[in-house]
Design a protein around this ligand. Structure first.
Ligand code: GDP
Ligand code: ZN
Length: 458
């Protein structure tokens, strides 16, 4: 029986490591109740808080607290669950866990409680991921969105899409199976009409998921440019902290510096890199190599120049930095920052130079920083205070993209060839891609990857 996950009873501390007023140990599985009753020397009625002494396997008292029994299937994991709420110290909690393992439970792996909840159909995969995202949220908006996903807002959108795709596929396949009815797929406006409606709906879900993933995971912004252009000053101006070392000596930021900031609720990972220039210094060379690596994985690059230096204040990234397009193998959005406008005497401004945005600002005085911030929000597609959103992950965006591609291919089949079989195949592919999101279609490897990144006890 694949859903008999509870044969082994698992145990873990469910509260955060460290000290706190209360610490919770959670047991799940067939023997949870027996173990819980042995530790508390009590019969534990369902869903009642009972104050008891906790004893180890030798009968020695180790702590006192509250025990609660959640019988299967109405528990988080869908199995019998016992919660032991003791005092929140790491040593005490370890003793309580040991009292459980001594009685036959085993230590839970990271995410194993959530994995069991998924395997027992208490949650789908997107909801299980939302638990981890809720816990890891770094902004209020991200937390609220993760909670909506956990409540099923994202999954419902996906399920609705899957239903529509399935209905259309059944219709198309029925038509293929009964050729005597001679349905002409092109003439039959119903098929293309439904297909277009699905494409439209998927498009809307994709836009929301993109916003959700942006809020959850944040985009990566890499600040690059020659030494002394003002990269570190710009990082400080964006983050509002003096975390990067700003000096007048060229080449001080030899390694990369990272900051996690928010612009009006939009999370952003900023990386300040070593100044890019030819150097014989080995340490500096290494810093420059790392700068390229960081840029390669960026969502956006700010190429900073000293706007007051006539030798280096160009607009075109290829002139500022001829190697840039040889080095970058991906197509990454680049904006040019003309820093030190207080020295160059130019007004803060943003303009377009042959497709490259160029921003005049001063990291030192702060002039033009608001232009840069709203530019970044716009580039990343962030809509402030966007309602009815949900959290999503990059994994989900990839699956949605696969689903959209399959629909586009199906549409082309229909329009060019009126081909029913191929359309049905594309619809099946779309269904599978959507199924990856909720876990209707999943592999052990995918599940392993997802749940192993959870914390222990979740
Ligand atoms: P980096 O090497 O590119 O990281 O440059 P830094 O941020 O360390 O700055 C180099 C020098 O330029 C420092 O002396 C900064 O104070 C100065 N600087 C940076 N931004 C500005 C600016 O907007 N205006 C003026 N006047 N000086 C700046
Ligand atoms: Zn620097």
């Amino acid at each position: 029986d694949p859903t008999d996950t509870g044969a082994e009873t698992i145990v873990a501390v469910a509260t955060a490591p460290g000290r706190g007023g209360v610490g919770i140990v959670r047991l799940s599985g067939k023997h949870a109740l027996a173990i819980g009753q042995a530790i508390t020397s009590n019969t534990l009625p369902a869903r009642h808080a009972r104050f008891c002494q906790f004893v180890d396997s030798a009968g020695q008292p180790i702590d006192s607290g509250i025990a609660i029994y959640f019988p299967a299937p109405n528990s988080f994991t869908g199995e019998d669950v016992i919660e032991l709420q003791g005092h929140g110290g790491p040593v005490i909690l370890d003793l309580i866990v040991r009292a459980c393992t001594d009685r036959g439970a085993r230590q839970a792996r990271p995410g194993e409680f959530s994995e069991r909840a998924f395997l027992n159909d208490k949650l789908d995969l997107a909801q299980a991921e939302a638990i981890a995202d809720l816990i890891n949220s770094t902004t209020e908006q991200a937390a609220l969105n993760a909670n909506r996903s956990l409540q099923g807002a994202f999954s419902r959108e996906i399920t609705a899409l899957v239903d529509l795709v399935t209905r259309l596929r059944v219709y198309v396949e029925a038509a293929i199976d009964f050729p005597e009815e001679e349905i002409d797929f092109i003439q039959d406006g119903q098929v293309s009409e439904q297909l277009l409606a699905i494409i439209d709906q998927l498009d809307r879900v994709q836009a929301q998921a993109r916003q959700g993933a942006l809020l959850q995971e944040g985009m990566k912004l890499v600040i690059a440019g020659r030494p002394n252009a003002g990269k570190s000053s710009l990082l400080n101006a964006l983050s509002g902290q003096d975390s990067a070392i700003v000096t007048a000596i060229e080449g001080t930021t030899r390694d990369v510096l990272r900051e996690h900031i928010q612009i009006d609720g939009m999370p952003l990972h900023i990386v300040d890199t070593a100044g890019l220039r030819d150097s014989a210094d080995e340490v500096e060379k290494e810093g420059i190599r790392r700068a390229w690596t960081e840029m390669e994985s960026a969502d956006h690059i700010l190429l900073v120049v000293d706007g007051s230096d006539p030798a280096h204040n160009d607009d075109d990234p290829r002139i500022i930095w001829p190697e840039i397009h040889d080095h970058l193998t991906r197509d990454i959005a680049i904006s040019v920052v003309h820093n030190k406008c207080d020295l160059s005497g130019r007004d803060p401004n943003i303009s377009d130079h042959g497709g490259t945005p160029v921003i005049e600002l001063s990291a030192k005085t702060g002039a033009g920083m608001d232009l840069l911030k709203s530019h970044l929000k716009q580039c990343m597609g962030y809509t402030e205070g966007e309602e009815s959103s949900f959290s999503a992950r990059r994994r989900h965006l990839l699956s949605l993209e696969k689903a959209a591609n399959a629909l586009a291919a199906g549409r082309a089949q229909l329009e060019n060839a009126g081909a029913g079989e191929l359309l049905a195949e594309d619809l099946r592919e779309c269904q599978n891609a959507l199924g990856e999101i909720t876990g209707a279609v999943s592999s052990d490897q995918l599940l392993g990857e997802i749940f192993s990144s959870f914390c222990i006890g979740k």
